[in-house]
Design a protein around this ligand. Structure first.
Ligand code: ADQ
Length: 472
């Protein structure tokens, strides 16, 4: 048994493998909010992060990075197909997002999901010091808490679900629903998700939840909301640089100095409502409520899950739609929709956020949505307007946004026009209030509150301002 007293278990390690021209592998830290929030806790507790390195085949040996041990978990090509792309992303992901796309179930996917979860649990059980704290992340690893409890009853185990948790009727469709439910001990993004979970423990397992707690055997399990956030200070710092300010001006100039730039930044995922958003924009052009070149849309769609069938089809549909809008409403050198199927660094994203008059965050369903929070934090000038879906967890935090129902096209269209035409002082008032909120409720507060609930002493969960992404 090893001596890790604090372990994070996540599908992915917080690093990407980079292979140079000579075939040598190095690691580049992926600058996610989770890493920034957890790094100080991991460092203070000689922590370990267990996760997949992102490529199929043998896993490299464990290695150290800034006082944190990173422990890669191997996945075969078939497991990537079945556990990751199959059960995680074609069964669970759509089902948990209100089944906005049909979910697919295959028995071979479940078997692989089970086996991979066992592998994560075995490694964690081997590495954890007596009484260690283990924090398991997200829907790919829902069986790990239960498996770990069997192997190591001495551990303190927390689980955080980054995506919505479905209502009883939907969860009931899931094959192996009992195994999944029994494995969970949980933190959620929103109170409704915690309520859904507690209702299910009553319905399927016959438990009697009281408030946020439920007694399971001799343990008291807490199911509660811990809305995740961003590293607000870091976002503000990047947004305040001269480089970003200049680039934002350049972007506006490159787009032809329009009056209204509507921006969307999403992983190319059907839960994000990109098709509905494009349709709303097209209808606004058709109705003459918006006109090119006074109004343009920029849609950044980050490549995502590109081998999953539903994602390939979505990409085709979105690109066809963009082509159609530009064909009908674009002018020479002035497209109506600027579509970018690319990833960008934090500076370019911040510049895009700062250049946008209206930020369109209109998912059909979303656990939280960090883009909405990043946009607000990046508006150090207090300008701009956020149009936000009621179905994003972020709507519970960013209450001064222009809230819309993305399933209702009329509401979506009105939301864009209202946000674009709102008086400047109204927009600035809203932005200031949301920025104030995010300064207080940042990602380190999120991690702290979860870990405190789990019994980790406050001191070791202390915040240490994040350093910029580094080579490791
Ligand atoms: P996601 O579904 O991935 O996260 P989101 O919360 O918006 O959604 O996070 C996306 C992240 O990717 C943001 O930090 C954003 O800046 C970044 N990003 C997007 N497009 C990019 C691009 N083109 N280039 C570079 N970076 C880009 C899941 C859940 C969410 C939940 C988070 C965290 O689905 O609901 O908020 O986990 O819990």
């Amino acid at each position: 048994m090893s001596n890790a007293s604090f372990i994070v278990v996540a599908n992915r390690l917080p690093v990407d493998s980079v292979v140079d021209d000579e075939g040598n592998r190095t690691w580049r830290r992926s600058p996610g909010g989770l890493v920034t929030a957890l790094e100080p806790v991991l460092q203070a507790n000689s922590g370990t992060w267990i996760g997949w390195a992102g490529t199929a085949g043998e896993a490299p040996d464990a290695f150290e990075s800034d006082g944190v041990t990173l422990m890669p978990v191997p996945l075969s090509e078939q497991e990537v197909l079945r556990y990751y792309e199959g059960f995680s992303n074609a069964s669970l992901w759509p089902l948990y997002h209100d089944a906005v796309e049909p979910r697919v179930f295959r028995r071979s996917w479940w078997k692989s999901y089970y086996e991979v979860n066992e592998r994560f649990a075995d490694i964690c059980a081997r590495e954890a010091a007596p009484g260690a704290v283990v924090w398991v992340q997200d829907y790919q690893l829902q069986l790990v808490p239960g498996m770990l409890r069997e192997r190591r009853p001495d551990l303190r185990i927390g689980f955080f679900l980054h995506i919505p948790f479905p209502p009883v009727e939907l969860f009931m469709q899931l094959p192996h629903r009992m195994e999944i439910l029994k494995g969970l001990l949980v933190g959620f993004q929103r109170p409704l998700a915690a309520q859904n979970f507690l209702a299910l423990t009553r319905h399927l397992l016959g438990y009697r939840p009281r408030g946020h707690y439920v007694n399971v055997d001799d343990r008291l399990v807490r199911a509660d909301a811990f809305p995740i956030s961003i590293d607000t200070a870091h976002n503000e710092e990047v947004a305040g640089t001269e480089r970003v300010r200049q680039r934002a001006k350049e972007i506006r100039a490159e787009l032809g100095e329009p009056e209204t730039i509507i921006l969307g930044v999403d992983r190319l995922d059907y839960t994000k409502g990109i098709e509905q958003r494009l349709k709303a924009f097209r209808e606004l052009l058709e109705d003459g409520r918006l006109q090119v070149p006074n109004a343009v849309m920029v849609q950044v769609a980050t490549p995502s899950r590109e081998r999953v069938d539903q994602y390939m089809k979505l990409r085709e549909r979105v690109e066809r739609q963009v082509g159609r809008i530009n064909g009908e409403y674009g002018q020479v050198g002035l497209p109506a929709v600027h579509y970018l199927h690319q990833s960008f660094d934090r500076y370019e994203l911040a510049a895009l956020y700062q250049a946008a008059d209206v930020m369109a965050v209109t998912p059909l369903r979303d656990g939280m949505n960090l883009v909405a929070k990043e946009y607000v934090a990046s508006r150090v000038d207090n300008r701009g307007a956020l149009v936000l879906s009621e179905f994003a967890g972020a709507a519970g935090d960013l209450r001064q946004a222009f809230l819309v129902n993305p399933h209702d096209l009329t509401d979506l269209k009105d939301g864009f026009v209202t946000a674009a035409n709102a008086p400047l002082d109204d927009k600035m008032k809203r932005m200031r209030a949301m920025r104030r909120y995010l300064r207080k409720h940042d990602v380190s507060r999120w991690a702290r509150s979860f870990l405190t609930a789990l019994g980790v002493p406050e001191r070791s969960a202390a915040y240490n301002p994040g350093s910029p992404p580094a080579e490791v």
